[in-house]
Design a protein around this ligand. Structure first.
Ligand code: ZN
Length: 293
């Protein structure tokens, strides 16, 4: 199954619902950054949630999520746009622990619980929205839920799950985001809360290969759900050799000259996707010529 996200309304528009299959997206992030299983789960959960959050945006809008919990993986940085393109990284990809008491990858131990989750939305026209909440669990699903409830005052439920193969590749990843609109009745909210307590866990749904539609039907019951849209989801970075050249030019002639004299070449690695851009001596000399500083 290719990765995709569905946008839906439930209970005649009184809830908004999103679900995503993100196995290939998280798999690409795992391969690029060589994350170990616990770090893969942390980065994968964050990427999955970020992709769904970005699906609430429009046009060229995009957002960046930063999670810093004081744990051994350091910071998790993810960003995504309304077109289903996402990317992300963690400071220390080589983090893995024994499974926790529930037999799950111990994401909270890797992320830490003493810190913040912050969201910066770029809404175009120089308009920015930023929100920040303290981490409440470090398992990330609950932390994204808490973010929506506290920072955006939207009662929400976020579930994200990542399963890792014995060879460290990604077996499956996915998630859901349900948001309750102001017009929802007590009955509707009770129904949702009851279902969320009794349905299989998100990891379970992901492991069983449920499609995004099936995830929403499992949570909300098919008769309550109207699927509005399907969107492909991919790992995509905005870096390029050209952008990297511009960044080097921006450093100025002296910096570029120092690179030529010290190494005779330069390697620039993109944090977000771990792509390496190589520049040999003659390329650096060209860049030095055009640098205005
Ligand atoms: Zn990149």
């Amino acid at each position: 199954m290719s990765d995709y996200l569905v946008k839906a309304l439930a209970f005649q528009g009184n809830m908004r619902a999103y679900a995503v299959c993100s196995t290939k997206l998280v798999g690409e992030a795992q391969r690029r950054h060589d994350t170990w299983p616990t770090a893969s789960a942390a980065l994968g959960r964050a990427l999955t949630a970020t992709t769904m959050m970005a699906a609430t945006l429009k046009g060229d809008e995009k957002l960046t999520v930063k999670i810093e919990g004081g744990g051994p993986i350091g910071a998790i940085i993810t960003d995504a746009n309304a077109k289903g393109e996402a990317r992300g990284y963690v400071t220390n990809p080589h983090v893995h622990f024994e499974l926790n008491r529930r037999g799950k990858l111990d994401v909270a131990r890797a992320v830490g619980t003493n810190g913040f989750l912050s969201v910066a939305k770029d809404l175009g026209m120089k308009e920015m929205f930023t929100g920040q909440v303290p981490l409440v669990s470090g398992e990330l699903g609950e932390d994204f839920t808490y973010y929506y409830v506290t920072s955006e005052q939207i009662p929400s439920s976020v579930g994200v799950g990542v399963l890792v193969n014995p060879d460290n590749s990604i077996l499956a990843a996915g998630g859901f985001l349900i948001q309750v609109m102001p017009g929802a009745s007590e009955e509707m909210i009770d129904f949702l809360e009851r279902r969320l307590r009794h349905i299989p866990s998100i990891s379970n749904m992901v492991e069983n290969g449920l499609t995004p539609e099936e995830m929403l039907y499992t949570i909300l019951d098919q008769k309550n759900v109207d699927i509005l849209d399907r969107l492909p989801v991919t790992f995509k970075c905005t870096c390029s050799k050209e952008r990297t050249e511009r960044a080097l030019i921006g450093l100025g002639k002296d910096e570029i000259r120092a690179m030529i004299e010290e190494d005779g070449k330069a390697e620039v690695v993109c944090h977000f996707c771990n792509e390496t851009y190589h520049f040999d001596k003659s390329e650096l000399e060209e860049l030095m010529k055009v640098s205005p500083k």
